[in-house]
Write a protein that binds this ligand. Structure first.
Ligand code: AMP
Ligand code: TRP
Length: 335
């Protein structure tokens, strides 16, 4: 067979180190990070600079950053294949962030719906929450990423990054690649087990609707058993029926782990109890393997830091070269 030249796209994505990783993060985003490693040249960032745009506790931030890195390696991010790094270890982000703040306008930033949502009702909104999309544009553009896997809520930020890159290139010369968003199709949304009309989210008021990746088996089984369904005991897959939101969520989680269509899953059970028991077994089986890896990695904190240093060095190689080009294009005198 003749070797064929294949274009390998570059992917960049980021996740904030705020709170523990739950099943929604895993099935909706992080699991794809793992599978994309073999399709693309992947750069994944734990975006701690973004995590200080809202009130935070320094010690918690350090702990959640380590925890997130541990989980990412535990689910299968392979440091030999992909580049996983902590954003603050790569100072080029903050530097290009400033250049991006000088590329986008106040009007553009004012139209960002996430800023309006997160800033609403808050007494002291940090200035960085407002300029955050300029930093996010820098995160992406530094790596000349072709594709950016994100949830639908980030679509507007990617659009801003595209506009900023185009504007910069037109004004100062071709430096940046125009990135495309990669937004998963519906189905990758995991709902709260106690309130199935809402997304499973770390900002939920109770813990009983969330399953964390580091949770123990007894607790997982209990939460799934107590998951809210409905009083009909009619096991059908009706994704558009709000009265069936609870059972739809359970069927879709089952489907996400097995790749069996939710309709087929519904057909293979006669009652909610049976579905819940098997779903709990399935989730426990998957998370037990991840948990073992989490424990192994946690036993050697120096190894974790070593892997992150390797990631940062690899990221800096790419980021510093792009930053150099951007500084040169914009007219900064080389030192
Ligand atoms: P967050 O922790 O909300 O910043 O989300 C981190 C990543 O996980 C983003 O890509 C989200 O789109 C994804 N995510 C968060 N919650 C869910 C959920 N309940 N279902 C599916 N994906 C989710
Ligand atoms: N803003 C993203 C979120 O809140 C996180 C993020 C920061 C990101 N920089 C990024 C995502 C670059 C993709 C690419 O989820």
């Amino acid at each position: 067979m003749t070797a064929s030249l294949r274009f390998v796209p570059r992917i960049l994505s980021g996740i904030q180190p705020s709170g523990s990783v739950h099943l929604g993060n895993y099935l909706g985003a992080l699991r794809n990070w793992v599978s994309e490693q073999h399709e693309a040249d992947c750069y994944y960032s734990i975006v701690d600079l973004h995590a200080i745009t809202a009130e935070h506790d320094p010690r918690t931030l350090r702990d959640t950053t380590k925890e997130l890195a541990t989980v990412l390696f535990a689910i299968g991010i392979d440091p030999e294949v992909s580049c996983l790094f902590v954003q603050s270890h790569v100072p080029e982000h903050a530097q290009l962030g400033w250049i991006m703040e000088s590329t986008v306008t106040f009007g553009e930033l004012s139209r960002m719906t996430q800023f309006k949502d997160k800033g609403k009702g808050e007494e002291k909104v940090r200035a960085s929450l407002f300029t955050y999309p300029a930093l996010m544009a820098a995160d992406i553009l530094l790596y000349r990423a072709d594709k950016v896997p994100v949830g639908d809520d980030q679509r507007q930020h990617i659009e801003l990054a595209r506009n900023a890159a185009t504007r910069f290139n037109n004004a100062y010369g071709q430096v940046f690649t125009i990135p495309e968003p990669m937004i998963p199709k519906v189905g990758a949304r995991v709902m709260d087990l106690q309130n199935p009309s809402k997304k499973m989210s770390k900002s939920s008021s109770t813990d009983s609707g969330l399953i964390y990746l580091s949770e123990d088996s007894t607790s997982i089984a209990k939460k799934i058993k107590r998951a809210v369904t409905d009083t009909e005991n009619r096991l059908v897959y009706e994704p558009d029926n709000p009265d069936k939101a609870g059972v739809t969520n359970l069927l879709e989680i089952y489907s996400a782990f097995t790749s069996i269509h939710p309709q087929e899953v519904a057909d293979s059970f006669t009652n909610y109890g049976g579905l819940k028991t098997e779903l709990a077994e399935l989730v426990i089986e998957h998370l037990t393997a991840i948990n073992l890896r989490i424990k192994e990695i946690s036993e050697d904190p120096n190894e974790l830091l070593r892997l992150l240093q390797i990631g940062a060095a690899k990221a800096r190689e790419v980021a510093s070269s792009t930053l150099y080009d951007a500084k040169n294009a914009i007219g900064f005198l080389a030192p």
